[in-house]
Design a protein around this ligand. Structure first.
Ligand code: GLA
Length: 738
C-alpha cells in the first residue's frame, strides 16, 4: 500500500489494498498513463510505455509530433499541440492563441492530504498524496496533479491545480479534474440519468467510437444527468468483472465523458463543464479543480459500490448525524401543500407522536405571505395568518407534544413578489436589458456576491436563534439562467457558474460551523443536486419528490450504486401517489422508505387507526434496525429493472452478526416460482436465525444455495427480514455450523 516512485524506470505506482494506478515519465518529458487495475507489485514495468510511432506507420517514416500527441495515453492532456481527443486543459493566451504542451518537471510525496481551498473534498489522517508538477514553459503555466489514497480505502482521489507563473494573464477555457487513458476492452458504460421525480435511473450501453458525454449547464448537477460514470467489462455482474467508477465531488456544471478513438484507446474524463466556463488567471493566481473519485474493482460492481459507500461515510460526510440515529420525521408538504396553519400542524404532530414519530417538518409556505409558489421567497419571517405566534410558539407547542420542529427553506431564491426583491432587484442573477427567464415564479440570488450571502446567512441564523429548530430542509427549485452578476466585469463573467457553487459551499460551511447540531437535509426540487459535494455539508439529501415505492426502486437502486443508504431521504407517501397515481400497500411504501432516512409525507390524521398502528410498528422496527443500514455493507441481490419481477437488496452489519433483507415484488406471476436468493457477505460457518421465527440457516448455504423466498401474493408486495447470528455455546462468538 502507498505511493512509490521508481527512479530507474521513472514510474509512479499508487497502491491501494486491491488496486494499482501507474504512470511514468516518457523520454524525460511526457507524463503518460500506464495502468489502472488490479494490485500489481512489479516495479519494473518500463515495457508498458507505448512506442513513439504507432504500429502501421510506413517503414522508416517519422510522422512527428502530431502522430505522437494524437495517440499517446496522456495523464493530463492539453489542447492545441496535436492531441485531437477531448483534452483536460485548454488555455488561451493574452494574444488569443490556444496551444499548450505540458512537460514533466518533478514530484513530491506527502503524508496526509491537503485541503482544496473553498471546495468540498475527502479528508482523513491516514493518507498519502503524490503531487506531480508539469509545466508549459512558453505560457509559464504550472500544473499540479494530485493523487491521494487513504489506508482503509481502494479509492484514488485526484485533483488538479493550475498556477500562472508567467508574466501575463491567461484564460482557462477547460480545466478538468481527471483523465484516464486506457486500452479499449469492449467496455460498457453505465450512467445515471432522469428527470424530476425519476432521478438517477441506471442506463448501460456499449462504449462506441467517438465521445459519449453526460453533463449539466443548469448551474447545478441536475436531475437529468449525474457526475458519475461506470465502465464494466463484458458480462460484468455484481460479483465479477472489471469495473471502473468515477465520480466528481461537485454540485454545479460538470462534464463526464468517454471517448474511444481511431486506435481503440479509451479516454475517460471528468470535471467542471467547459461550456459557459472561462477563468482568467493573472500572474500568481491559481485555479483548483474539484476532486474526482476513482474506484476500480476486479470483482464486479458490488465492491465498487461498497468502496464508494465507505469512502463517503468515513472520509467525506462530516455531520455528527452520520452514524447517529436520526429522528423519524413527518413532513406536511403532500399532506397540506400551502394550506395549513399552526393548529393543523399541531394536530398532525399529536397523531404523529402517538405513532412514534419524532419530528414535524413544516415545508414550503410558512413565511411572508406565501399561499402558492408565486411569492415571498427571500422574506424569511413567519406568515402571521398561518403562524400567529411565530416559529417560537409553534416550536414550543410541538415541544409540549414531545415533537421536534424542522423547517423548509429555499435560501438561494427570491420571488419577484417579495420585500427582498423590491429592496434589492439587482441581487437576482440577470443580464442587463433582458427579462429574466422565469421558472416556478422565482429568480436565483447571486451567490457570488458577499452581501447576498451575508443576507442569506443572517436570515437563517436569525430563524435558528428565534426558535428551537432542529432541522432544515435546504431546497433549490430552479436552474440558473441569464447568467450575469453586477459584481463581475466582462472579463470575469465566465467565472460565474463556478463562483456560484463556491458561494453556495461557503454559505453551507458557515451554517454547519455555527450550528453544528443542526440536522441539514439538502434538496433540489427532489433529487436535482444529490452529489458528493453536498454530502460534505449535509448527511442526507432528499432523493426524489417521487415516493411511489415502485418508481423509487429504480431511483434508490441508481442512487445507492454510489451513495450510502444513510444519505437517501426517503418517506412513506399516501396510497395514491401524487406523482404517478400508483396505489401500493402501506407496508411496501414503508419497506422501501426504510432503506433511506425514513419518515412520512402524508396527513396522518386522515389515516385509519389500523394504519396508524401499522406505522407505529414500522417506526419501532426502523429504530431497532436502522443502524444496520447506516453502518453496514450493501449488497444488490436482484434488480426489478433487469428481471421485471422483483427487487432485492441486503445490508450486512460490519461485524456480520446481523443483516436485513428487503424483497419487493413488483409483479405477481400465477403459479409462482420459489426463488433462491443468493445472499452475500455472511460468515460462512455461522448460523443465522430469521428474527421472529425458529428458522435457522447457515451462512454458507445462504450464500451458495440461497434463501428460499416464496413469491408473495399480488403486485407491489414486499417483506423486510432481519437475521441474527446465533451465539455459540459459550455465548461468545458465533455458533459454528457442523
Ligand atoms: C420541492 C421539494 C418538495 C417540496 C417543494 C415545496 O419540490 O422537492 O419536497 O419541498 O419543493 O415547494
Amino acid at each position: 500500500m502507498g505511493i512509490v516512485y521508481h527512479e530507474g524506470s521513472k514510474i509512479f505506482q499508487i497502491h491501494t489494498k486491491n488496486t494499482t494506478y501507474m504512470m511514468g515519465v516518457y523520454a524525460g518529458i511526457h507524463l503518460q498513463h500506464l495502468y489502472y487495475g488490479k494490485n500489481l507489485t512489479d516495479p519494473d514495468c518500463a515495457y508498458l510505455f507505448p512506442q513513439q510511432e504507432t504500429p502501421g506507420a510506413l517503414h522508416g517514416m517519422k510522422r512527428g509530433g502530431v502522430d505522437f500527441f494524437g495517440t499517446m495515453p496522456f495523464e493530463y492532456p492539453a489542447f492545441g499541440t496535436g492531441d485531437f481527443r477531448g483534452t483536460a486543459l485548454t488555455v488561451r493566451s493574452i494574444g488569443g492563441h490556444r496551444a499548450c504542451s505540458l512537460a514533466y518537471e518533478g514530484y513530491r510525496i506527502m503524508e496526509g492530504k491537503p485541503e482544496l481551498p473553498g471546495l468540498p473534498a475527502t479528508f482523513g489522517d491516514k493518507a498519502q498524496t503524490l503531487e506531480l508538477c508539469l509545466r508549459d514553459a512558453v505560457l509559464g503555466l504550472k500544473v499540479l496533479l494530485r493523487y491521494s489514497v487513504f489506508d482503509d480505502s481502494d479509492a484514488i482521489l485526484r485533483s488538479t491545480t493550475v498556477v500562472n507563473e508567467g508574466p501575463e494573464r491567461v484564460y482557462l477555457e477547460t480545466a478538468l479534474s481527471a483523465c484516464i487513458d486506457m486500452p479499449n476492452e469492449d467496455y460498457d458504460v453505465t450512467t445515471l440519468h432522469g428527470t424530476w421525480a425519476r432521478e438517477r435511473n441506471m442506463q448501460k450501453r456499449p462504449v462506441t467510437h467517438g465521445k459519449l458525454t453526460v453533463d449539466s449547464v443548469a448551474g447545478r448537477t441536475g436531475h437529468e444527468n449525474h457526475p458519475f460514470m461506470m465502465l464494466t467489462s463484458p458480462g460484468a455482474t455484481q460479483k465479477q468483472g472489471d469495473v471502473y467508477g468515477i465520480n466528481l465531488v461537485y454540485s454545479g456544471n460538470f462534464l463526464a465523458r468517454t471517448e474511444l478513438d481511431h486506435l481503440e484507446n479509451l479516454r475517460l474524463t471528468i470535471g467542471v463543464n467547459p461550456e459557459g466556463f472561462e477563468w482568467p488567471l493573472d500572474p500568481g493566481e491559481r485555479f483548483d479543480t474539484p476532486e474526482a473519485v476513482l474506484v476500480y474493482s476486479s470483482e464486479g460492481i458490488g465492491p465498487m459500490t461498497r468502496t464508494f459507500h465507505d469512502l463517503y461515510r468515513n472520509h467525506l460526510i462530516r455531520s455528527p448525524y452520520l452514524y447517529r440515529e436520526r429522528p423519524i420525521l413527518i413532513n406536511n408538504w403532500e399532506a397540506t401543500y400551502f394550506d395549513f396553519n399552526e393548529e393543523k400542524l399541531v394536530d398532525i404532530a399529536r397523531e404523529a407522536k402517538a405513532a412514534g414519530i419524532e419530528m414535524l417538518v413544516m415545508d414550503d409556505g410558512w413565511f411572508g405571505h406565501r399561499n402558492n409558489d408565486e411569492s415571498s421567497l427571500g422574506d424569511w419571517f413567519a406568515n402571521p395568518e398561518k403562524l400567529p405566534g411565530g416559529l417560537s410558539r409553534l416550536a414550543e407547542r410541538l415541544r409540549e407534544e414531545g415533537m421536534q420542529l424542522g423547517i423548509w427553506l429555499e435560501p438561494e431564491m427570491v420571488s419577484p413578489d417579495s420585500e427582498l426583491y423590491r429592496a434589492h432587484p439587482d441581487w437576482a442573477i440577470q443580464v442587463p436589458g433582458r427579462e429574466i427567464t422565469m421558472s416556478r415564479h422565482q429568480y436565483v440570488l447571486d451567490l457570488t456576491r458577499q452581501e447576498v450571502r451575508d443576507y442569506i446567512f443572517d436570515s437563517i441564523a436569525a430563524i435558528l436563534q428565534s426558535a428551537k429548530i432542529s432541522y432544515i430542509k435546504w431546497d433549490m427549485n430552479r436552474s440558473l439562467t441569464d447568467i450575469g452578476s453586477a459584481d463581475l466585469d466582462p472579463e470575469h463573467m465566465g467565472q460565474f457558474y463556478h463562483r456560484y457553487v463556491l458561494g453556495l459551499y461557503s454559505l453551507q460551511e458557515r451554517l454547519v460551523r455555527q450550528f453544528p447540531e443542526l440536522l441539514l437535509e439538502n434538496c433540489t426540487g427532489g433529487g436535482g443536486r444529490f452529489d458528493p459535494g453536498m454530502l460534505y455539508y449535509s448527511p442526507q439529501i432528499w432523493t426524489s419528490d417521487n415516493m411511489d415505492p415502485i418508481q423509487r426502486l429504480l431511483i434508490q437502486e441508481g442512487t445507492a450504486l454510489v451513495y450510502p443508504l444513510s444519505t437517501m431521504g426517503a418517506h412513506v407517501c399516501v396510497a395514491k401517489n401524487h406523482c404517478n397515481g400508483r396505489v401500493t400497500p402501506l407496508h411496501t411504501r414503508a419497506h422501501v422508505a426504510m432503506a433511506g432516512t425514513f419518515g412520512y409525507e402524508l396527513d396522518i390524521t386522515k389515516m385509519s387507526p389500523e394504519e396508524r398502528a401499522q406505522c407505529a410498528q414500522f417506526n419501532a422496527k426502523h429504530h431497532q434496525y436502522s443502524h444496520i443500514n447506516r453502518e453496514g455493507d450493501y449488497y444488490r441481490i436482484a434488480s426489478a429493472r433487469e428481471n421485471g419481477v422483483y427487487d432485492c437488496w441486503q445490508v450486512v452489519g460490519k461485524d456480520r452478526k446481523e443483516f436485513l433483507l428487503t424483497y419487493v415484488q413488483v409483479r405477481y406471476e400465477s403459479r409462482p416460482r420459489r426463488l433462491q436468493l443468493r445472499l452475500e457477505g455472511l460468515e460462512a460457518k455461522a448460523l443465522y436465525r430469521l428474527s421472529g421465527t425458529e428458522q435457522v440457516y447457515s451462512g454458507d448455504a445462504l450464500m451458495k444455495a440461497g434463501y428460499p423466498m416464496n413469491m408473495l401474493w399480488g403486485d407491489n408486495n414486499s417483506v423486510l427480514l432481519h437475521f441474527e447470528m446465533l451465539p455459540n455455546e459459550t455465548g461468545k462468538g458465533s455458533k459454528i455450523c457442523k
